[in-house]
Design a protein around this ligand. Structure first.
Ligand SMILES: NC(=O)c1ccc[n+]([C@@H]2O[C@H](COP(=O)([O-])OP(=O)(O)OC[C@H]3O[C@@H](n4cnc5c(N)ncnc54)[C@H](OP(=O)(O)O)[C@@H]3O)[C@@H](O)[C@H]2O)c1
Length: 309
């Protein structure tokens, strides 16, 4: 369905040419747009997470890289500090697929206000795999993790006077509609990682819309986005064939991360809350027919997540 409806436009729009075209209309933000703001980015040791952290630090933000590996996280922290004179990035250890790790990280965060929480960490596994806690890994990382982490850091977000949550989704979710019955892959059925991934990314976008209704503006605003197709370690390892076919037109990680950093820094009035963004433009989250959320599924999502977490 995706190939029929979007094939002519997707590679151009999602790839580097689309970014170049969109960027012609970007209005530059002040060079200190993130000054005085504290941001935490999950999965920030590489790919888009690192690029977003770098962009925010360049604009004067105090960034915290939330990474599951101490070694990879420390390398990224040092790289960022070296790249941005005067920046003092910090590292916290966080495995978003592990509820205990989320709990202890939030406890260590304590009373400090948090202005920007970027849910960037995600996986697209090739095979069905459970976390040590017994949850399917795609679901645990891409959806349950952001839900748990937001709940754990809610007070910190509420201490900010302009708090934002940025949900990094994917154009892959355009092919899926919200389906609670299939969010947790059946271990007995053949596993399709791309479908499992797209389903969690669809649910994340719906969750953002629901949160934007619950976290009454202006306390915590919620923005979902998709980065297009960017050349990152994740794309290279999870989608090697796709990477081979598209590498000539893939965006850089910096281009893919541009809208993440922009949503963290642009004027709050300009952004509203609950939108879905691509290349700094608010776009439809359901461009394909038949992918709008069924009302009962949408109404049941938070309850489903509460039960699972
Ligand atoms: N690149 C694209 O074209 C593209 C397209 C659509 C959407 N996206 C989305 O953009 C985001 C970043 O993607 P990417 O391409 O930069 O991926 P990536 O290169 O694979 O980076 C993902 C990051 O998430 C981290 N991570 C994975 N599981 C984690 C966990 N349980 N706890 C903490 N961190 C974890 C990884 O850490 P390790 O180094 O420890 O594995 C890595 O730092 C994802 O949400 C992805 O779905 C990307």
């Amino acid at each position: 369905m995706l190939s029929r409806a979007l094939a002519p436009v997707v590679p151009l729009s999602f790839g580097a040419p689309g970014y170049a075209l969109a960027a012609r209309n970007f209005t530059p933000l002040p060079s200190d747009a993130m000054s005085g703001r504290v941001a935490l980015i999950t999965g920030a040791n590489g790919g888009l997470g690192f690029a977003a952290a770098l962009a925010m630090a360049r604009e004067g933000g105090q960034v915290t890289l939330a990474c599951r590996s101490k070694e990879r996280g420390e390398q990224a922290r040092a790289k960022l500090a070296a790249a941005v004179p005067g920046a003092t990035p910090t590292l916290v250890l966080l495995d978003v697929a592990d509820p205990d790790s989320i709990g202890s990280m939030a406890e260590r965060w304590g009373e400090r206000p948090l202005d920007v929480l970027v849910h960037n960490a995600a996986v697209l596994p090739k095979v069905y795999e459970r976390t040590p806690g017994g949850e399917e890994r795609t679901l645990a990382t891409n959806l349950l993790g952001p839900y748990r982490l937001t709940r754990a850091l809610r007070t910190a977000l509420e201490r900010s006077n302009d708090a934002r949550i940025v949900l990094v989704s994917s154009g892959g979710m355009f092919t899926q509609r919200l389906d609670l019955g299939h969010l947790d892959p059946d271990p007995a059925a053949p596993f399709d990682g791309a479908v499992a991934y797209a389903r969690t990314k669809r649910a994340l976008v719906t969750l953002g819309e629901l949160w934007s209704e619950r976290f009454v503006e202006p306390r915590i605003r919620v923005h979902a986005m998709h980065p297009g197709w960017a050349d990152t370690p994740g794309v290279r390892t999870s989608l090697p064939r796709f990477h081979r076919l598209t590498r000539g037109i893939l965006r850089s990680a910096e281009q893919g991360a541009d809208t993440i950093a922009w949503l963290a820094a642009a004027s709050a009035d300009q952004l509203g809350s609950g939108g879905f963004w691509f290349d700094r433009r608010r776009v439809s989250a359901t461009p394909l027919p038949g992918t709008a959320d069924p009302q009962d599924q949408r109404e049941g999502l938070v309850e489903w997540l509460e039960q699972r977490t």
